[in-house]
Ligand binder design. Structure first.
Ligand SMILES: [Zn+2]
Length: 454
C-alpha cells in the first residue's frame, strides 16, 4: 500500500515537473521569437506578451505595468503581493539582445530550435532564459497560492546591451518606488561545467567599472614628400607602445581573494599553487607573473586599459593632422577614473597626446556578501548538485547591477543555468543553452525565490 502511495506521489511530481517544463519552454520560445535587438527589435512587444501571461494567470492588472521612455523600449514591472514583513525582493532580467546577423548563424537566431540536447537562439543564455524563468516562477507561485513574507517584484527591462534607453536606469530615475527593494537577483553569476562535469555555481556581488578614453594628437601636417620628425601618428603610436608594456598594480578585493582561495581547491598543479600564492601578503611575484599571462585571471588581479580603436590622417600623400585612439579601461571597484586618467597621461609620457574621458563612468561598490542571501544559494546548490561549490566572483564586464547598487539596492548575479566554461556563446554565433540545464535552472531559481521570501 505504502509503496504504491509513494510511487503515485512520484508520478504526480514527475507530471508536475513536465508541465512546468512545458510552460517554461513556451515562454522561452515566445521571448526568443520576439526580436528585441536595438536595431530592429522591440522590447515593448516582449514586455506586453509577458504582461498578458501574468494577467491570464490571475495577477491583477493594477500590479502589472509596461512602461518606458520610447515606444520601442518598454519595460515590464509586475508585483506579487506578500505580507510586507520584509522589504521587497527584486527579480531582474533584461529583454533586449545583441544583434544576430542571420548569415553568421547556422539557423534562424530568432527561432527557438531544439537540437542535440540544446536550445539555440539569440538570447537563450543572455538573458531570456532568466526572463522566462522569472515569469514561470511568478505563475507557478500564483498557482500554488503562495504567500511570500515580502513583495516580489519582477522587472524585465530594455537596453542592457545597447541603445539609449536603459530600462533599469530609467525606472530608478522615474519610478523608483516601483522597483525599490531590499536587494535584487540578476544575471552575471555563472554556473559552469568543465568537460561535462558540474564545476561551480558563481554568485556575482561585484563588477568592474567601464570607462573609455579618447587619445588625440593634433599636428599642422603638410606635404608627405617633405616629412618632418614631429608626426601625429608617431607620437600616438609610441605612446600606445608604452601603454602596451604597462601593467596596473595588483590589488585583491574581498571577492577576488575569496575567488582565488576557492578556485585553488578546484584547480590542480601550478595553477592551483599560483592561486594560493597570489593571495599571500604581499602576493608572490612569480605567481602574479604566471596568472597575469591568463586573460581572465589577469583581469581579476588589476584594472586594465587596452587600445581598441585607431584612426588618423586624411590622405595617402599628406602628413597626418590628427591621430586618434580609443583606450577602453575596466577598473577595479574603488579605482577612481580621474586617477586612472592621470596615470594614463604619465604612461603615455608625451604632452602632445591629450586624454579625454568618453562618457561618465558609473562606478559601483561591491554588494555585501550577506549570509541571508548566500546560505540559501549554497543550500539549494548542494541539494540539486551535491559537491558543487558556491563561489563569489567579480564580473570583468558590466551588467545593470551597477545602477541598482548605486541606488542602494545590493544586487547579486546568480543563475543556475550551467554552461561549459570553454564554450560560452553569449553575444556570439549559435548561442545556446542545454535543455536539461534550462529546466534545472527553472527549478533552482524557483526554490531560491521561495527560500528568500519565506
Ligand atoms: Zn546580459
Amino acid at each position: 500500500m505504502i509503496s504504491r502511495f509513494i510511487i503515485s506521489l512520484m508520478l504526480f511530481a514527475l507530471a508536475e515537473d513536465e508541465s512546468l517544463n512545458q510552460l517554461a519552454r513556451a515562454i522561452y520560445k515566445q521571448l526568443i521569437e520576439i526580436n528585441t535587438t536595438d536595431s530592429a527589435g522591440n522590447t515593448t512587444a516582449a514586455a506586453e506578451a509577458m504582461a498578458e501571461r501574468l494577467k491570464a494567470a490571475g495577477f491583477p492588472e493594477s500590479d502589472i505595468q509596461v512602461l518606458g521612455p520610447d515606444p520601442r523600449k518598454g519595460n515590464l514591472v509586475a508585483r506579487y503581493r506578500g505580507n510586507n514583513r520584509r522589504k521587497p525582493l527584486l527579480l531582474l532580467a533584461h529583454l533586449d539582445v545583441v544583434e544576430a546577423p542571420r548569415e553568421d548563424w547556422s539557423g534562424d537566431p530568432f527561432k527557438l530550435t531544439e537540437k542535440d540536447g540544446y536550445f539555440y537562439g539569440r538570447g537563450t543564455t543572455d538573458d531570456k532564459a532568466m526572463a522566462a524563468v522569472w515569469v514561470t516562477t511568478f505563475i507557478r507561485l500564483r498557482q500554488e497560492d503562495y504567500k511570500p513574507d515580502r513583495d516580489l517584484i519582477l522587472a524585465l527591462t530594455a537596453d542592457e546591451e545597447a541603445g539609449d534607453h536603459n530600462g533599469v536606469d530609467w525606472l530608478l530615475k522615474n519610478h523608483h518606488d516601483l522597483i525599490d527593494a531590499d536587494f535584487a537577483l540578476n544575471e552575471g553569476g555563472e554556473s559552469l561545467t568543465k568537460d561535462g562535469k558540474y564545476l561551480l555555481n558563481a554568485v556575482q556581488p561585484s563588477e568592474k567599472v567601464y570607462q573609455s578614453f579618447r587619445l588625440e594628437v593634433r599636428n599642422p601636417g603638410g606635404h608627405s614628400s617633405r616629412p618632418v620628425k614631429d608626426n601625429a601618428i608617431y607620437h600616438l603610436a609610441e605612446g600606445l607602445v608604452r601603454l602596451s608594456r604597462y601593467q596596473f598594480p595588483v590589488r585583491l578585493t574581498e571577492v577576488t581573494a575569496g575567488y582565488f582561495q576557492s578556485m585553488a581547491l578546484l584547480e590542480t598543479g601550478q595553477l592551483a599553487a599560483d592561486m594560493k600564492a597570489v593571495i599571500k601578503n604581499p602576493p608572490d611575484k612569480a605567481a602574479v607573473a604566471r596568472l597575469s599571462a591568463l586573460p581572465y585571471e589577469n583581469a581579476l588581479l588589476r584594472s586594465t586599459c587596452v587600445a581598441t580603436r585607431l584612426e588618423s590622417g586624411h590622405a595617402d600623400n599628406a602628413l597626418p593632422q590628427t591621430a586618434r585612439a580609443v583606450v577602453n579601461c575596466r577598473l577595479l571597484p574603488g579605482d577612481s577614473p580621474v586617477e586612472v586618467r592621470s596615470r594614463l597621461m604619465r604612461i603615455l609620457d608625451d604632452s602632445t597626446i591629450t586624454v579625454t574621458p568618453i562618457g561618465e563612468a558609473n562606478p559601483s561598490d561591491p554588494s555585501p556578501i550577506r549570509p541571508d542571501i548566500i546560505s540559501p544559494i549554497e543550500q539549494i546548490t548542494s541539494q540539486m548538485w551535491p559537491g558543487v561549490p558556491v563561489i563569489p566572483v567579480m564580473s570583468t564586464g558590466a551588467t545593470d547591477g551597477l545602477y541598482l547598487r548605486n541606488a542602494g539596492i545590493p544586487t547579486y548575479g546568480v543563475s543556475g543555468f550551467f554552461e561549459d566554461i570553454n564554450d560560452t556563446r553569449a553575444h556570439g554565433r549559435d548561442e545556446r543553452l542545454g535543455v536539461k540545464q534550462f529546466y534545472q535552472g527553472r527549478e533552482f531559481l524557483y526554490r531560491l525565490v521561495k527560500a528568500l521570501s519565506s
